[in-house]
Write a new protein. Sequence first.
Length: 252
Amino acid sequence: MKYKLETIPVWDAFKENTECPICYLSEKAEERYLKFYLGSSVMNPETRVEVNRTGFCPEHFSGLLQMRSNHSLGLLTHTHLEKRMDLLQEHLQVLKKESSKLAGKSKLLSSKKLSSAIRGLEKHLVDHEESCMICTGITYTIQRYLYTIIHLWKTDGEFRDFFQKSKGFCFHHLPEVLNMAEEVLNPGKLSEFIEELIPIIEENNKRIEKEILWFTQKFDSKNFEKPWGTSEDAHYRTIQKLTGRTNNSIKR
């Protein structure tokens, strides 16, 4: 698969020196998509058709609400609701038809068709809840960033120095980095990349474990007057390292 290089955002992310540059890039991408779907795109017929059909996951509907662009969000949700009502009605009609066949029956009867109708409605609703244009957009964008990271590591000595001095990646994004490296690099370079990456991950895992330990110990009265050092926000950064959720996402 061909990917477009996105060097400037990747450089910016590594210069931030966060627990995971992919988390930083993902957060920035999410912010852009939230603004996009509440901006002038709301009046774009092609965008509206896709929003009506797909919509957003509960988390990103919540994010859209927090943008406080009520009129734009109202326009999106109204036409999306209309489309969802039409799709749901098809399942409701099947459910009603199969249910009516059991009306007035005094015995406990099983109906495979009724059960199938219930499962069909359930799947329809669950699938829609899991579909999200913003999630899809972020995934696509992050793939480009992952490619750029591997490309820069391979071709740019200055970037490679930044890479070696970084705090590595969170547990959530680490597999994605390795998958992209496997896709882009030849076996020899892949081995070199992994041998360089593992010490970075191990060193920073030990670092943050010490920081969260001191965070917990600071609540002991004998440590009240001792400096926090780098541990004051260690609980946020530890959760980010474990889950890929940034501070802003956790606080949201």
